[in-house]
Design a protein around this ligand. Structure first.
Ligand SMILES: Nc1ncnc2c1ncn2[C@@H]1O[C@H](COP(=O)(O)OP(=O)(O)OP(=O)(O)O)[C@@H](O)[C@H]1O
Length: 271
């Protein structure tokens, strides 16, 4: 399969957003989410810079999806503040969210619509300018030409992932949130998608927040990682040097060590 990601070009649309080159794309401060007595996310602060891919890691139940959903404006935080391109997600919701998009395996596109119809539907929703041209570019970029008139419901999970990524790029988001984007892909397709996403981060003007349980992938793709445990950021740093700093050979080993500590604390029932 060939992806034309090497031919990636900045669309004039990205220039309309007029981002300040040095300011972070995403600023999260003191973020918290409680469900009754249970704190799913507590006092989480971090930034995503321009041209940066930040990995949000942590064991099952650590609070990754909850954090992403608050950034997306889907969940209301119990505490804290989220700024996207300087716009407050709660107070300047439209301005913040029109600069954002996401793709997640658990959020498939409507299966009764074709690839083209889905991209058109979401493009209209995001009020994308020159929509017909944008759709053609994305259909080609994500190798979807032969599926253009196929209903999304009959596509394989890997093909659906590519449509989800194309949908996520419709509005040229400054902040792209990806929840396990390669989870259902075969190794060759996953590699192409990783390369494509890296090209988007490198050549665009935005940043990417990426969750994954694949530590090799994280090491390859992410510039920085945040390790969440029981809703709090436990560690952060460069995924290539963090393991050695904490006496482990690989990021996988470090993850297992932290996850075991997390499980032990859960078993003790401490908050
Ligand atoms: N609506 C809810 N009501 C109560 N608890 C919830 C709710 N949603 C999430 N939680 C809890 O919040 C915690 C964090 O969940 P979250 O889905 O953010 O974890 P995660 O890190 O994304 O996990 P995974 O890797 O399994 O997807 C979990 O303990 C979960 O049970």
């Amino acid at each position: 399969m060939r992806f034309p990601w090497q031919a990636w070009r900045l669309s004039p649309l990205s220039k309309l957003v007029n981002p300040k080159p040095s300011s972070p794309v995403l600023q999260v401060s003191g973020l918290g989410k409680r469900y009754g007595e249970r704190a799913a996310v507590s006092d989480v602060s971090f930034e995503v810079g321009r041209n940066e891919i930040v990995g949000l890691l942590g064991p099952n139940g650590a609070g990754k999806t909850t954090t992403l959903n608050m950034v997306l404006g889907v969940l209301e935080p119990s505490a804290g503040r989220i700024l996207i391109e300087g716009f407050d997600v709660q107070r300047q919701r439209r301005k913040a969210l029109e600069r954002t998009n996401f793709a997640a395996v658990y959020a498939p596109l409507p299966g009764n619509l074709t690839v083209y119809e889905n991209l058109r539907f979401f493009g209209l929703l995001y009020a994308v300018r020159n929509l017909a041209r944008r759709i053609e570019t994305l259909i080609e970029q994500f190798d979807l030409v032969r599926f253009r008139d196929t209903r999304c419901g009959v596509l394989s999970s890997g093909e659906q992932t590519r449509v989800c990524l194309a949908k996520a790029m419709l509005n040229m988001p400054q902040l792209l949130l990806l929840d396990e984007p390669t989870a259902s892909l075969d190794p060759a397709t996953a590699r192409d998608i990783r390369a494509q996403i890296k090209a988007i981060a490198t050549h665009g003007s935005g940043g990417i927040l990426w969750t994954s349980h694949n530590m090799l992938e994280v090491q390859e793709v992410c510039d920085r990682v945040l390790f969440l445990s029981r809703g709090r950021i436990l560690l952060q740093g460069d995924p290539r040097t963090l393991p050695q700093q904490h006496g482990e050979a690989t990021l996988d080993d470090l993850f297992v060590k932290l996850a075991h500590a997390n499980a032990a604390q859960n078993a003790e029932g401490t908050e």
